[in-house]
Design a binder for this molecule. Structure first.
Ligand code: SF4
Length: 357
């Protein structure tokens, strides 16, 4: 199956292109106090290490807007300021170096204030995400539809887009998020049919690691498989680093982007005679910062193990107190269980560094 991406306009957030055939960008949002520059920079660095390409920070007051300057000096990826209600914060964030802002044009305080925000965006070369969600649909639209149904979200997004277009602004990307997966799918499909701005995909308030991953994977997976979506954010009630990991696994599953090793591991069964859970978890942890796309298999036994392990660039199959390491389809070494992790990781690092011999 080949995914044919919908053709959208291309905009830029700093040096990252969004839409128009650019790779689907992976983004996240910090959960530190933006005014705490040290903590925010430290979190962004951890996110950069696992492949985050754009970071968004909440801007709640002028001190947070001012902190953007110091944060940006120390991070490598473009920064988006997330603003609600207060146009002055949006303008200040851009003056302090935000490369993108996320607002709801409809709740920024009226047309005059919106015009000031748009003028600043033009001056500072900043793109704007029109961020509609179920809770932000305008009262008149909500009254007509009764609930924040997909058509209501789309109507709100189109209205907000039109406001910006009237002001001669087109550096726009759009999101219409709901906490319900099916509503999200329906809304984005409708929007994609009616506008050609790049789309930021996400399910809002998706939940914890398991619920949030499943919900986001269903909604975003279906949309991405239909070619809809230009940048994604997985929302989880967790360390944002997990959001990036889930995002890349999702893109990998759809064969859209591959970053770092793909880890295949078996669920284990009664045949397994090594502590595979611990081995697989430690290997998984280790591969997070490796960017080389490799296929790695961690299998519990030699029944199915060698087959899978042989298919992989590097694999291990457990035995009775030992593990057999396979490299590019060949048995490489038999190692006592106690040394397995160390030997396996040493080989993995060698391969990741390009020394697969
Ligand atoms: S690889 Fe072996 S241990 Fe793992 S599930 Fe298959 S049969 Fe069970």
């Amino acid at each position: 199956m080949q995914i044919i991406r919908k053709n959208t306009r291309q905009i830029a957030v700093g040096n990252v292109a969004i839409g128009g055939g650019a790779p689907i960008a992976v983004q996240s949002m910090t959960n530190t106090d933006t005014r705490d520059v040290e903590a925010t920079v430290a979190q962004v660095k951890r996110l950069e290490d696992v492949g985050c390409e754009i970071i968004r920070v909440a801007v709640l007051d002028m001190a947070a807007a001012a902190a953007i300057r110091a944060i940006r000096e120390r991070i490598s990826i473009p920064l988006i300021a997330d603003i609600h209600f207060d146009s002055r914060l949006a303008v200040a964030a851009m003056e302090h170096g935000a490369q993108g802002i996320r607002i709801n044009p409809g709740n920024i305080g009226g047309l005059e204030k919106l015009a000031r925000v748009v003028d600043a965006a033009k001056v500072h070369n900043v793109s704007i995400r029109v961020g509609v969600n179920s809770g932000s649909v305008e009262k008149d639209i909500l009254a007509r539809h009764g609930h924040p149904v997909p058509a209501a979200l789309v109507e709100s997004a189109l209205r907000n887009i039109a406001l910006l277009e009237k002001m001669g602004f087109a550096e726009i990307k759009v999101s219409i998020k709901s906490s319900d997966a099916l509503t999200t799918i329906d809304a984005y499909r409708q929007l994609a049919a009616q506008a050609d701005y790049p789309l930021h995909l996400g399910v809002t308030e998706a939940g914890g690691l398991i619920a949030g991953t499943v919900k986001s994977s269903v909604a975003l997976g279906i949309l991405l498989s239909e070619g809809i979506g230009d940048t994604i954010r997985i929302s989880l009630t967790r360390d944002p680093v997990e959001e990036i990991r889930v995002a890349y696994e999702l893109l990998r599953a759809l064969h859209i982007r591959q970053r770092g090793p793909e880890l295949i591991s078996c669920p284990t069964c009664g045949r397994c005679q090594v502590d595979l859970f611990s081995l697989a978890e430690k290997v998984e942890q280790h591969v997070q910062t490796i960017e080389t796309p490799l296929k790695i298999a961690v299998m519990g036994c030699v029944v199915n193990g060698p087959g899978e392990a042989r298919e992989a660039d590097l694999g291990v199959a457990g035995g009775h107190g030992v593990g057999i390491i396979f490299k590019k389809g060949e048995v490489f070494k038999k190692v006592p269980e106690g040394e397995l992790l160390e030997v396996f990781i040493a080989e993995l690092d060698k391969m990741a560094a390009g020394d697969g011999s």
